[in-house]
Design a protein around this ligand. Structure first.
Ligand code: ARG
Length: 433
């Protein structure tokens, strides 16, 4: 049984149920690297300011490096007797170097320590997400350039509305993901602040050098207010919020492709490597990857709601409720990274059925607006042009014709302004840039 860090004041052992209930080691062991990096910087600062000796700092740092290796090589024992990753590492350090290990926690509390770990984690994940978003945007650009001339119906109310190009349609998603990137870049500023030195909540009387720790850890700023430093989880909420908006976009594009690959639309086909089959129906090719991306948006939104709710009633400063930030954050970070990793591969490998898309434009009178705008250019008020073309469409439906099949005589019977037969093809899709 390992010794509790608060042993001095207590006469009884902690109840086993309490230990189990309060333990976070199952999930916060993920923060081992951030915790060790933070502790090494803290030890260096303590030595620089003369709060501990250089020799003690060297012993501590070497011990921490060894522990990092033990964890990475699977030689580290995690136990439910020690509630979190901070206690595990400190306990192991004591086993390794003896009582000197006790000096590491000088001018520090687990409150600023865990806040630091979370800041480092969010910074790291944000950088990773931005890189993945870069790749997502590059893939969409590439596809939209390839399909700059691929005609398809644009929809409103999921009814064929006006012709667009597939390139233009995909470009809309490109801009959504560009905005996601901007949002993460901006949120990054709020995770790039160092909480260390705040200790439990009110700082310390010891002569710490926060500026030095900040430099060592690569932060841009230090929290101005120590109570804010230990109780701020805005940067976590912002990450979860950016992630939720991102999931809206990932889910929408997934939904779109699920529709396109259905027999009803038949606009595209998934590559075999990115589709799945059915165990009972031999003919099926299912878009499971896309359905899962769409489905995973649920947990990402849920994690945001969870964190907003955890934080909304907390008095200053640290409260144990805040331990609930971790699973939500880790789950969201891992979910969005895996979605961003796989979706570009699905997109780049799928085949688009250009003929079906073009036929769908032809069958749908999606070119009607262009006829109306032709008349507007000839001086007809738009409302009148709308009415004229509406009648033309009705006539075509009756005669089983398309607008472009109408002869000049027929066109003139609707409006004298028509001067020749018109054929609105991709050259007239104004927005295909
Ligand atoms: N496991 C805790 C958390 O995640 C670490 C901080 C604990 N601090 C405390 N005063 N009990 O929030």
């Amino acid at each position: 049984m390992s010794k509790k860090l608060w042993g001095g004041r207590f006469e009884k052992e902690t109840d086993a149920l309490v230990e189990k209930f309060t333990s976070s080691i199952e999930f916060d062991k993920k923060l081992y690297n951030q915790d060790i990096i933070g502790s090494m910087a803290h030890a260096r600062m303590l030595a620089k300011t003369g709060i501990i000796s250089k020799e003690d700092a060297a012993l501590i740092i070497n011990g921490l490096l060894e522990i990092k290796l033990e964890i990475e090589e699977g030689n580290f024992e995690f136990t439910s007797n020690l509630e979190d990753i901070h206690m595990h590492i400190e306990n192991r350090l004591t086993e390794k170097i003896g009582p000197v290990a006790g000096k590491l926690h000088t001018a520090r509390s687990r409150n600023d320590q865990v806040a630091l770990d979370m800041h480092l984690y969010v910074k790291e994940k944000t950088a990773q997400v931005i890189k993945l978003l870069d790749n997502m945007c590059a893939s969409l650009l590439k596809l939209s350039e390839k399909h700059a001339d691929t005609l398809m119906p644009g929809y409103t109310h999921l009814q064929r509305a006006q012709p667009v190009t597939l390139g233009y349609h995909l470009k809309a998603y490109y801009y959504m993901f560009e905005r996601d990137k901007e949002r993460f870049l901006d949120a990054e500023k709020r995770s790039d602040i160092m909480p260390l030195g705040a200790c439990a909540l009110a700082g310390t009387t010891l002569p710490v050098d926060k500026e030095y720790t900040k430099e060592l850890l690569g932060f841009s700023k230090i929290y101005e207010n120590t109570m804010d430093a230990v109780s701020d989880r805005d940067f976590v909420i912002e990450f979860l919020s950016c992630a939720s908006i991102l999931m809206v976009h990932l889910s929408r594009i997934s939904e779109e492709i699920i529709l396109w690959t259905s027999s009803e639309f038949d606009f595209a086909e998934l590559d075999d490597a990115f589709a799945t089959g059915s165990s009972i129906m031999p003919q099926k090719k299912n878009p499971d990857v896309l359905e899962l991306i769409r489905g995973k948006s649920g947990r990402v939104f849920g994690n945001l709601m969870a964190m907003l709710t955890v934080m909304k009633g907390l008095p200053l400063a640290y409260n144990r409720d805040m331990q609930e930030d971790k699973e939500a954050l880790f789950d969201t970070a891992e979910t969005i990274c895996s979605c961003l990793e796989i979706l570009p591969k699905v997109l780049l490998s799928m085949k688009f059925k250009k003929e079906n898309m073009a036929k769908s434009v032809e069958d749908s009178f999606a070119d009607a607006t262009y006829y109306a705008e032709y008349l507007v250019k000839k001086g007809m008020p738009f409302r009148q042009a709308h009415e004229v073309v509406g009648k033309m469409v009705k006539y075509c439906i009756k005669k089983n014709k398309k607008l472009k099949d109408l002869s000049i005589m027929e066109l003139k019977s609707f409006a004298n302004a028509f001067e020749s037969e018109l054929n609105f093809d991709k050259a007239t899709v104004v927005n295909n840039s």
